[in-house]
Design a binder for this molecule. Sequence first.
Ligand code: ZN
Length: 316
Amino acid sequence: MQVELTPFTGNVAAKRRPDVVRFSDPVKTYRRAAIRIALACAAAMLPGAAPIRAGAAPPANADTANAKSNTIAARLLAGYPGIVTRVDATSVHFADGTTMPLDDGRGPKSFDAWLAAPDIDDMFALAYPAGTPATPPAKDADPGRARNAAFFEKVYGDCRKGNVPANLADVVWLPKKSGARIKATRINGVAQKLQAVSDALDALPAAFDVYLKPPAGTYNCRKIAGSTSASAHSYGIAIDIATARADYWRWSGGGTAGASGPIRYRNKIPPEIVAIFEQHGFIWGGRWHHYDTMHFEYRPELLMGEVENTHTAPPR
Ligand SMILES: [Zn+2]
């Protein structure tokens, strides 16, 4: 049995209302069960971790091997080592002794509410389809686009308070081909990961250069255009590669403010570039219905290597 992270499969509400993504209670309940199963994994991964509380043991007939690698707890612990120290059925525990709730208790959310104010649990609502061809995503399928601001501010800092820049480190972009100095946070090893991406991209043939240089930007303390949510660039975890071959949903002629037309998917970024980023823990904005094909951001919790991400589309 695979634990489903997507709420869309079999989601009757979404089928009836194709314009609204509903995050149904049964899905939340199902995911909550998956979190409980993950406690076994969390305890195994962390020496000295607190014991599983009574009543939280996985069901005897569960396919625990698959379930534990597919859980939110396992993903957070593996993606934020030394930062997230424990995840229980209700809370994420951090190394500084603080906790955050997994679920904000607000119940099912519309797509807009999910995007604007996701809880930590909501960030996993859609599986990220790593390693698959770049096909047009289904309506409102934006895996990774919802970010719980409190979580990311806890991990990387709040740029509005000025505590992100001190942790930015230099990354040499394409050492042989460019040599430009760009910035990424050293927290959680992001700058090191981006340097590894850069070194791998540097080995690609010259035909790829147009997609990669000059880089269009990394750290930037700003909101996402047209929203009140902090951009991933605000945390020093994101990069926009070159603009020359970039496509963006707001440029597509559909889905713009006041327009009701469908968003027309466009992408020119080669899969070789996407694969290198994904192999190092960066998700790609080209996998979003609201696409941004020059954008990559470090989201290891969505890219655990052993996880089979197969669900990308809501039902039609
Ligand atoms: Zn970007």
